[in-house]
Design a protein around this ligand. Structure first.
Ligand code: HOZ
Length: 426
């Protein structure tokens, strides 16, 4: 622990619960205290004590072009000269909705919100309003923000801190949520049979990235699609992490499965607080003022956030960022696999594009149960030793790390050398 960070954290703990504004930042999973950031540029962050790190969090996903890319900062600055928030429609909201619909063809209409949590929460309400049903199927370890109905066997900070079911969520809400192991189609079919005509929606991260990172098995997503259609339920993809990150059209493009509704966030805000949700027009038209489902927000479609997101997404397309991220991810994977092959301990490495995770567990990991086999002590040692060497990975086994287009081959090479050294000594 460095001294200025130590002082700041002591002060923070007096006035902010747990000293943090979001539990994943607390470093408790790795038995430590967080460092405080002085500034961040490109792939690097510097803490308040002058330490430099190669950052593989990127603000938990938004910083796909790296930190503070000039063109995004310029776009925000320029938008700010015209006003910070209007509470009246502005042209950038239309541009953003058009871009989202063009890049993700399952979305015919989109609405902007301020966070991924709001996006999934709004999808659930809309699905209930559209179907006239109350129950939801979700999957163990999938995290969809801190929405009451979805804080059941959830992932991310709740799982990290050992409380995947939150206090404060009324039992009546929990009773409406069926949480199942990911990748188990038989249990999905059984749940539909046992809750006939009661399921409003199945919601999932098509690629779960909040309990580490694992993947849908062959046909899992298409079977979910068929089951939802057969039973009159909506299929909701939470692409807050994967949307516009792993491909221009997100996980739905990669797997070729069309959801009814999609929740988005992170990269679409370019680092400012943003979420969005969208889907088929007949469903989205149920929203107020056209329809009976209420959903609103003073800052929704905020001009600064729209300007930042549009600048980031257009630049990503201009440089074909997805191709570059795949190259960097491939390079990272090669270094990581070489180091793992030489290590004495069992590690399972998962990657898709610019998202990756090292599980300190052996064997196939396709669900939360698999992720929970990980050796958390070993993970913690790995995390700290990498941090000491200037490489910052997610401070929890139950999170995913991210590469940005600002990472250079040299950064990746240096990280590879660090992983190699650290794993050899574990
Ligand atoms: N969704 C982020 C990754 N699991 C966590 C962000 C947060 O909870 O602060």
């Amino acid at each position: 622990m460095t001294s200025r960070s130590f002082e700041l954290f002591a002060a923070a703990q007096k006035r902010i619960p747990g000293g943090v504004n979001s539990p994943v930042r607390a470093f408790r999973h790795v038995g430590a205290e967080p460092f405080f950031v002085e500034c961040a540029r490109g792939a690097k962050i510097w803490d308040v004590d002058g330490n430099e790190y190669i950052d593989y969090i990127g603000s938990w996903g938004p910083a796909i072009l790296g930190h503070a890319p000039k063109l995004v900062v310029d776009a925000v600055r320029e938008a700010a000269t015209r006003g910070l928030s209007f509470g009246i429609p502005n042209p950038l909201e239309v541009e953003m909705a058009e871009l989202i619909c063009a890049w993700m063809p399952s979305i015919e209409k989109a609405r902007m919100v301020n966070s991924g949590t709001e996006a999934t929460m709004s999808c659930i309400r809309l699905a209930r309003g559209f179907t006239g049903r109350d129950k939801i199927i979700k999957f163990d370890g999938c995290y969809h923000g801190h929405v009451d109905a979805l804080l059941v066997k959830t992932g991310s900070g709740a799982l990290t801190h050992g409380r995947p079911d939150s206090a404060g969520v009324p039992q009546a809400f929990v009773d409406l949520t069926v949480s199942l192991p990911f990748n188990d189609v038989e249990l999905v079919r059984k749940a539909f049979r046992e809750n006939k005509n009661e399921i409003a929606a199945v919601i999932l991260e098509p690629i779960p990235a909040n309990a580490g990172l694992y993947f849908p098995q062959k046909n899992f997503l298409s079977i979910l699609r068929d089951e939802c259609t057969r039973h009159g339920a909506l299929l909701i993809f939470d692409e807050v992490m994967t949307g516009f990150r792993i491909a221009r059209g997100g996980a739905q493009e990669i797997y070729g499965v069309t959801p009814d509704l999609t929740a988005l966030g992170k990269v679409i805000g370019g680092g400012l607080p943003v979420g969005a949700f969208g889907g088929r027009a007949e469903i989205m038209d149920q929203l107020s003022p056209d329809g009976p489902v209420y959903q609103a927000g003073t800052l929704s479609g905020n001009p600064l956030a729209m300007a930042a997101g549009l600048a980031q997404l257009r630049e990503l397309e201009r440089i074909n960022g997805w191709k570059l991220l795949e190259q960097l991810g491939g390079q990272f994977e090669k270094f990581a696999r070489d180091a793992i092959a030489k290590a004495k301990i069992e590690i399972t490495f998962h990657r898709i594009g610019s998202m990756f995770c090292l599980f300190f567990a052996r064997g196939r990991i396709v669900d939360l149960g698999g992720a929970q086999r990980s050796d958390l002590k070993m993970f913690s040692k790995f995390f700290h030793t990498c941090l000491q060497q200037g490489v910052y990975f997610a401070p929890s086994q139950f999170e995913t790390s991210f590469i940005s287009t600002a990472h250079t081959s040299k950064d990746i090479e240096r990280t590879g050398a660090v992983i190699h050294k650290v794993l050899a000594e574990l």
